[in-house]
Design a protein around this ligand. Structure first.
Ligand code: IVH
Length: 680
């Protein structure tokens, strides 16, 4: 380090701390303090310094979150303290037995005992080792005694701080345990993307999380929206934590996500009440949970009751009723989605799974039906994972009678009867009729959803009625609705009508990524929409890109590039976008760091007829480059662009000594993305 100037070392440290802090605000607290552009600037500067002086890259550098190392295999590393598993109970009686044993073992009365009740996450248990506050190693649970070193992958997870924050004194060593998870929503998005690409689907969020973390190439891990929730400890040297409640507080302050539903319970009835609360609210929970974990709060008491060889006696997992059930497939029908994709759906003999009646399960696409060999009449295992769409896990082939009927994808759209087609390299068979009514409905459902235009207060049922009654014909029509139109719906009073109009009005200022997602470009899900928004900054810029330009973007492959390109060249879509603009939907220009725009501070005036673009278009392009375009010439004008038959503005420009340029010059500026030619 001797050869590196102190000022550089200081700056790098300052940048690391700042970026780690803002990561925490953004990913853990969901409450960012700075704009994405400001954040990127800090990040880019750190990358620049580390490139120039590779030695300054410390193990807590946030640049390690980007991933990239490719490993041949994982190393085995023993845990300092075994990572135990939990005894399970499935009934209230089972829990009460556990409670009674705790009273016996501690010799205490109920009023002296407190439990922490937490959700039992269904993810991948890992251990993070922090030495002097810095993450130095991350291990899988493995067999409980020996884990695998997956440090490079864990470093890419946003909710794993590379350095602990906000703690008073830095512990010499602290091993933090918790679960790597994929939210239910991200899981569905990931599977949708995989289905569209014809890749094999993950069975559940747990498998998806585990599959993402055990990747030899950490850039794959980095591309998945993984989370980490902390709930436990291994070895600790240098801080004194006395109970689970203070542990969770400590972890929160140190920069971790902790379980959202964690309840300190002072008696058995409270535990039962909270268990039921979590059970009843599990669908609302961001992550898949399969039960609760009940832990003695006090660490000294834990010591006293001790542990068995594989599981502690101070904790128990109280699992939820099973979320898999056996039933039969009565039929396989086909539904048509917003992109025209035909999705096979199993019609099931209704079963109750975890308290909810299930009578349908998605089969995703033709290949999945083939892979799982699901036939009409089959006995199957169906799984309902939280509010994830129910799935057929597998067929029980032993129960086959020989009367089962294999499924065949129809050759015509089941809704409108038009031809269908399966494009090469894609898993989906699609209806070719662009105005297939099924597409319209599903598109509207998508358009108003969270993540897209987010028109809450306008449910699918209402939109469906509007379409059926001809009150709207497409999504853009929503923005032209009047109160009288809404009164035509069943049971709508003045108040509801006003709420609907307000909700629609509020949705007119979407973020760019929401707007891109809302357009419903085939193969562009929420994640890719945000990648595209970051990369191109506006719908206009995105729509002009060629497939070659699109492919240069990380994560965009040839299929996606083609569908984006095609989308913006289809007449119907062009008209739809124009209609949205006319309706007053604001098309944002984002993420272009405004202060870095090349023409910032320059004022242009356009006069006369331009040949290669309309004046509107030229104005648009200038503004995108940061320039101001004014309608009259003044001392503040930098350039007047004169087309054919310029007006009096030229005279004024000459009087004021303002530079006058022609269209050829302007094109040069555009071609060089905003550079003013040498001679001014
Ligand atoms: S505490 C002594 N808390 O359950 C073990 N574990 O069966 C203490 N798990 O491998 C673990 N949610 O993956 C704890 N809130 C929670 C948990 C939890 C899920 C998992 C963990 C562990 C397994 C044990």
């Amino acid at each position: 380090m001797d050869d590196i100037p102190q000022s550089i070392l200081d700056e790098a440290k300052w940048l690391r701390d700042k970026i780690n802090y803002h990561n925490y605000r953004y990913y853990v607290l969901d409450n960012p303090e700075i704009t994405d552009a400001e954040y990127d600037r800090l990040f880019d500067r750190l990358i620049e310094l580390e490139k120039k002086y590779p030695k300054i890259r410390t193990p807590d550098s946030p640049t390690l979150k980007v991933g990239g190392a490719v490993l041949k295999s994982f190393h085995s590393v023993p845990h300092r303290l075994p990572m135990l598993s939990l005894n399970k109970v499935t009934t209230e009686g089972g829990f009460l037995d556990f409670h009674r044993r705790i009273l016996e073992l501690t010799g205490l009365s109920e009023d002296k005992i407190a439990y922490m009740l937490e959700p039992k996450f269904d993810g991948l248990a890992v251990e993070l080792i922090y030495e002097n506050g810095v993450l130095t190693m991350g291990l899988t649970r493995g067999d409980g005694l020996i884990g695998e070193d997956i440090t490079a992958n864990l470093r890419t997870i946003r909710t794993i701080p590379l350095k602990l924050y906000n703690h008073g004194n830095v512990p010499k060593l602290i091993e933090i345990r918790g679960e790597v998870l994929l939210s239910k929503r991200d899981f569905e998005n990931l599977n949708r993307q995989r289905s569209e690409k014809g890749e094999e689907l993950f069975a559940n969020p747990r498998n998806a999380a585990a599959g993402s973390v055990r990747q030899l190439d950490s850039s794959i891990t980095a591309s998945r929206p993984l989370n980490f929730v902390a709930y436990g400890l291994g070895v600790v040297i240098g801080v004194d934590i006395k109970n689970q409640e203070s542990l969770l507080n400590y972890l929160k302050k140190a920069g971790f996500k902790t379980p959202k539903y964690a309840f300190l319970c002072h008696n058995k009835d409270e535990v039962i009440k909270r268990y039921n609360y979590i059970l009843n609210n599990r669908d609302e929970y961001e992550f898949e949970i399969d039960g609760t974990v009940i832990k003695l709060n006090d660490f000294d008491l834990r010591e006293k009751v001790g542990e068995l060889s594989r599981s502690p006696r101070w904790a128990v997992a109280w699992k939820f009723p099973p979320s898999q059930e056996q039933t039969t497939v009565e039929d396989i029908v086909v539904s048509v989605g917003r992109t025209g994709a035909l999705t096979p759906v199993a019609v099931l003999k209704p079963v109750h799974i975890a308290g909810v009646k299930v009578s349908r399960a998605t089969l995703h696409n033709e290949d999945e039906v083939k892979r799982k060999d699901i036939r009409i009449g089959d006995t199957v295992i169906v799984e309902r994972a939280g509010d994830v769409i129910p799935e057929v896990v597998k067929v029980i082939k032993e129960y086959r009678t020989g009367n089962e009927k294999p499924f065949e994808m129809p050759k015509k759209c089941p809704v409108c009867g038009a031809s269908v087609e399966r494009l090469e390299g894609q898993a989906a068979v699609r209806c070719l009729n662009i105005s297939c009514p099924a597409k319209q409905k599903e598109y509207l459902r998508h358009f108003i959803s969270r993540g897209a235009m987010d028109i809450d207060g306008l449910g699918y049922k209402i939109v469906e009625q509007m379409l059926d009654k001809g009150i709207i014909r497409d999504a853009a029509d929503l923005y032209f609705l009047k109160k009288e139109d809404i009164f035509k719906l069943e049971r709508t009073g003045n108040k509801l009508a006003q709420n609907i109009l307000d909700a629609i009005e509020k949705s007119k200022h979407p973020s760019l990524k929401s707007l891109i997602f809302a357009l419903g470009i085939p193969n562009v899900g929420e994640h890719l929409a945000s990648v595209l928004a970051k990369e191109f900054g506006s719908i206009d810029a995105l729509s002009e890109k060629t497939t070659d330009e699109l492919i240069t973007v990380n994560e965009i492959g040839p299929i996606v590039a083609q569908s984006i390109f095609d989308y913006f060249r289809e007449e119907r879509n062009i008209r739809f976008i124009e209609k949205l603009k006319k309706a007053g939907v604001v098309f944002p220009v984002e993420n272009m760091e405004r202060e870095n725009l090349p023409l910032l501070g320059k004022t242009f005036v356009l006069t006369g007829t331009l040949e290669s673009f309309t004046r509107e278009k030229a104005k648009d392009m200038l503004e995108q480059l940061g320039a101001k375009v004014s309608s009259s010439v003044s001392r503040k004008t930098d350039f007047v662009i004169a087309g054919e038959n310029p007006g009096s503005k030229i005279v004024k420009a000459k009087q004021l000594n303002v530079k006058i340029k022609d269209e050829k010059w302007l094109k040069k500026v555009f071609d060089s993305k905003g550079e003013i030619p040498e001679n001014g």
